[in-house]
Design a protein around this ligand. Structure first.
Ligand SMILES: Nc1nc2c(c(=O)[nH]1)N[C@H]1C(S)=C(S)[C@@H](COP(=O)(O)O)O[C@H]1N2
Ligand SMILES: [Mo]
Length: 524
């Protein structure tokens, strides 16, 4: 018997030939992916079928699920998505093989449908080029070809071909060898495609060769005293390599500065376009700004502080002359992400920048090379568009940004927050004097005071490190004198000019987490 049969217990029995057909299908799937990945080299990184489908999936992901993924997987969410995708694809490809052995048409229909979906996903990417559907379609064709060759070697149910023995050793071994070869070729294609793409990062080479102009208004050198001097506290200036990365891009967009342009349009008196050379020749300023993600849970690490170099957005907007009733600027990146920024954050005197550098170096590709927005006081999702290419002057009631359509608030001012970094949660600390320290932030308002509470005791004032400006975070420390032995609950709160941060805990959705960072320590 070669057909799956329903056994006495009602279980589906899968025959050896079905298993073989499944293997053949999976091998053909590898060929599809390998071919697609190789063709990505000509059609562009976002046309990669796996990337395109993954990106479409990311865009279709509801806010809560994305939130969960970020919370559980952190910045490994992209990797996890890739693994999940490969597993699902392998299962579907195996199914196509099983179907194909029974009815070539149905197997082929499944492959063509999957290829068509991937092609559709690739063509509907905001940065799709004219060749975008080619890798998926050519990959599906190659997969069909491989599947035909492999499945064709297996007997077809229900009238299994009697002219060759079904389970004969040599035949089956030849089949397995052919399948392994096909699978290897497919995987090899995928690996070579990936490696070459990674090596051919056009923007990376250009980035290395860039020389940055000096700022007409450099940022002040922060005094050493911005650091509170307690080991275990996050550095005041976040090393760029440690800076959190959050975005929807499965492949880092490669933008050639020579071809970069920013278009300012919408409710303006005149459209303005500015290119890379013009941007570099402008009067650039430098500023220390602490960036925070709205998905940062209380006590979390999706926040970082750096020195940015760029052109104040207000100067570009002034040239376009926004209409007086415009209240929002929708910024758009090359990969289609959008952010809705209240226009006053761009036109008032804060250092809202079209930034080209971080820590004195051109932006790292994953942080927006060549140009991104940095806006003090607002969460990244409503302001910090990386790989930015467009500013549309509009009104909140007329346009919605990427995360707003997914349930997040259209405006996202950063909530005043504080974090205990020393001691670590659950730590055992020796009795006596215990140093408690951490970081607080209230971007564009300024941290005025930080207090710590032990158990249900009174709030106690902490020592603040030197102030790096109202747009940056501020370190603090508190000497806990004669800490009594036992388990204790520490809590922290920061004050901005409007008073203390709220202790009412809220989730990160829809406008950022609030509540006190608390932790338990055992004094021994
Ligand atoms: N093009 C693009 N820009 C983006 C995003 C994105 O998904 N795509 N995410 C935003 C969010 S939610 C945050 S918190 C910041 C993070 O910037 P970073 O990755 O440089 O830390 O980038 C913002 N800019
Ligand atoms: Mo974010």
């Amino acid at each position: 018997m070669t057909a799956p049969t329903v056994g006495q217990r009602g279980r589906l029995r899968i025959s050896r030939d079905d298993a073989a057909a499944g293997l053949a299908g999976a091998a053909a799937g590898a060929v599809t992916v390998g071919t697609g990945t190789l063709l990505t080299l000509v059609a562009g990184p976002s046309s990669d079928p796996l990337v395109a489908v993954g990106s479409a999936f990311v865009d279709a992901t509801p806010g809560w699920l994305r939130d969960w993924a970020v919370a559980v997987l952190g910045t490994a969410d992209k990797f996890a998505l890739g693994i999940g995708e490969v597993l699902v694809l392998a299962a579907l490809a195996a199914l196509a093989g099983v179907l194909a052995r029974r009815s070539w048409t149905w197997g082929a229909v499944l492959v063509v449908a999957l290829g068509g979906l991937a092609a559709l996903a690739a063509t509907t990417r905001p940065d799709a080029g004219p060749l975008a559907p080619v890798p998926a379609l050519a990959g599906a064709a190659a997969g069909l070809f491989a599947m035909r060759a492999l499945v064709g070697r297996l007997p077809t149910p229900p009238t299994g071909r009697t002219d060759r023995p079904v389970d004969a050793g040599p035949d089956r071994r030849a089949f397995l060898r052919a399948t392994a070869l096909v699978a290897t070729l497919g995987v090899l294609g995928a690996v070579v495609g990936r490696v070459v793409t990674a090596g051919a990062r056009g923007a990376e080479a250009v980035r290395e060769a860039l020389r940055l102009p000096v700022a007409t208004r450099p940022a002040p050198v922060p005094p050493a005293a911005v650091s509170v001097g307690v080991e275990g506290v996050e550095p005041w200036a976040t090393p760029p390599g440690d800076f959190y990365r959050i975005d929807t891009a499965l492949v880092v967009p490669q933008v050639d500065p020579a071809r970069w342009r920013l278009r300012v349009h919408g409710m303006v008196e005149q459209e303005v376009e500015i290119g890379w050379d013009e941007l570099l020749a402008s009067d650039l300023v430098e500023a220390w700004v602490t960036l925070a993600c709205v998905s940062n849970p209380v006590g979390g690490g999706l926040v970082g502080n750096q020195r940015w170099l760029g052109l104040p957005v207000r100067e570009v907007l002034a040239r376009a002359v926004p209409a007086p009733d415009a209240d929002m600027v929708l910024s758009r990146s090359v990969d289609g992400f959008t952010a809705s920024t209240p226009i006053e954050a761009f036109t008032d005197d804060r250092d809202a920048l079209l930034a080209i550098a971080m820590d004195g170096e051109p932006l790292p590709p994953e942080h927006g090379f060549p140009v991104r927005l940095v806006v003090p006081g607002l969460y990244g999702y409503v302001s910090a568009t990386k790989w930015v290419t467009e500013l549309e002057v509009t009104r909140f009631e007329r346009a919605e940004a990427y995360w707003t359509t997914r349930g997040w608030w259209p405006r996202g001012p950063v909530k005043t927050q504080s974090r205990i970094e020393v001691p670590r949660p659950g730590a055992d600390v020796p009795a006596g004097d215990v140093v408690v320290a951490g970081t607080a932030w209230a971007q564009h308002r300024g941290v005025e005071r930080v207090q710590v509470r032990v158990d249900d005791g009174p709030w106690q004032d902490c020592d603040l490190a030197a102030d790096g400006g109202i747009d940056t975070w501020r370190q603090w420390r508190w000497a806990w004198r004669d800490a009594p032995t036992g388990e204790h609950l520490l809590a922290v709160r920061a004050w901005d000019p409007d008073g203390p941060q709220t202790g009412v805990p809220t989730a990160v959705v829809p406008d950022g987490a609030s509540g006190y960072d608390t932790l338990t320590v055992t004094v021994t």
